[in-house]
Design a protein around this ligand. Structure first.
Ligand SMILES: *Cc1c(COP(=O)(O)O)cnc(C)c1O
Length: 368
């Protein structure tokens, strides 16, 4: 018998979905672009790496332990998170990166025909998981580079299950101040799930930025996402989590894959979570680099958007993919933004000052 045509097995919404192609390994890129060094300014990684205590854990990990399954529900880490944020350990679900908890939340609440509401220019994974699960992603255009709260509320209908807000937003760095978030939550009035993705909250310096963890008691429909990938420098180990009221977390627990977070990631995150000195050092670095780059961009006359977070966006008078190739030839990997619906824009991660200087010099040559 002939094998079944795969198209007959795939749901329409999977067949129509374009797979995301990740970028090639660094060594391969360096060969392709003929560069001897490569600075990764494309993924908002922490140039300082993980906090020192987490580095010790990684160095001292006993190899035989790799044969043992990890804690299935990140037991130890949830104790640490509970103590840090003044909550019950069961108010946290830990996943293989915050990416995985996006999927837990959507699977728990949405079925084909339902919809989620988010922005058109934000972290794309909310939209992707919804779309390839047969759930409509309603993408509300940004307003002044920020999430448009009124338009999001207006987009809610009977089938809306989750509203996703990225605070501060990747890639624009804009944020909802405390008042705006509270007003939004009051208007939703507990009738839908509101996810606030705080992947970059540890970088925020603005005084009026709301800490979502403090709002969970007052808003039982609120779910907060956090990650160890950005500030805590553990992107390669893949660990992130969600937090919420016990009832909402218990509901999401049904769709949570146990054992998806490896032992080393759990131990490193436990060692990292209370290192506030590391946060201070990283913030200092980002602050310096941001100030430097802003000044350089102003001097070059290039429009840019620099908000909170360890990244900023620059508008070019040329194709962003061409700029990507030219900067790669200089060993500088940035994020071309066409895929984020920002054609001719690039996003650059804020890292060490010497790397920012190299980037500014290369950019100057590029736009001249
Ligand atoms: C990086 C990022 C995440 C996910 O990070 P993980 O590495 O999967 O933990 C989630 N949301 C935003 C906005 C991000 O930028």
């Amino acid at each position: 018998m002939n094998p079944v045509p795969l198209d007959r097995l795939l749901p329409d919404y999977v067949r129509r979905f374009e797979p995301y192609i990740p970028s090639k390994p660094d060594a391969e890129l360096m060969r392709l672009y003929g560069c001897a060094t490569l600075h990764r300014l494309n993924n908002n990684e922490n140039a300082l790496g993980p906090p020192p205590a987490a580095q010790d854990i990684i160095r001292q990990f006993p190899p035989p332990r790799a044969a043992l399954y990890p804690s299935g529900d990140a037991y130890g880490l949830r104790q640490k998170l509970a103590a840090r944020f003044g909550k019950h350990p069961d108010q946290f679900l830990v996943g293989n990166g915050a990416n995985e908890v996006i999927s837990f939340a959507i699977k728990a609440f949405c079925e084909p025909g339902d919809n989620i509401v988010t922005a058109d220019k934000t972290f794309a994974v909310y939209e992707w998981v919804a779309t390839f699960s047969g759930i409509d992603a309603r993408l509300i255009p940004l307003r002044d580079y920020a999430f448009d709260d009124q338009a999001m509320l207006a987009a809610i209908d009977d089938r809306t299950k989750i509203l996703f807000v990225c605070n501060p937003n990747n890639p624009t760095g804009t944020y909802w101040e405390r008042e705006r978030l509270l007003r939004f939550l009051d208007r939703v009035a507990g009738q839908r799930i509101v996810v606030v993705d705080e992947a970059y909250c540890e970088f925020v310096e603005a005084e009026d930025f709301p800490d979502g963890m403090n709002l969970i008691d007052a808003y039982p429909n609120l779910v907060i996402f956090r990650t160890f990938s950005k500030m805590y420098g553990l992107a390669g180990l893949r660990i992130g989590y969600l937090a919420g009221h016990l009832d909402v977390v218990n509901a999401i627990r049904r769709t949570c894959i146990v054992y998806s977070v490896n032992t080393l990631a759990q131990l490193a995150a436990e060692a990292a979570v209370n290192d506030d000195a590391h946060i201070e050092r990283t913030r200092h670095l980002v602050r310096e680099s941001k100030a430097f780059l802003r000044e350089e961009l102003q001097r070059m006359g290039l429009p840019f958007v620099a908000g909170e977070g360890n990244y900023l966006m620059i508008q070019l008078a040329m194709s962003d993919t061409l700029a990507y190739r030219k900067l790669m030839a200089q060993g500088l990997m940035i994020r071309a933004m066409t895929g984020f619906r920002f054609p001719n824009w690039i996003r650059v991660s804020l890292t060490r000052l010497d790397v920012m200087e190299a980037f500014a010099a290369a950019l100057r040559t590029l736009v001249r």
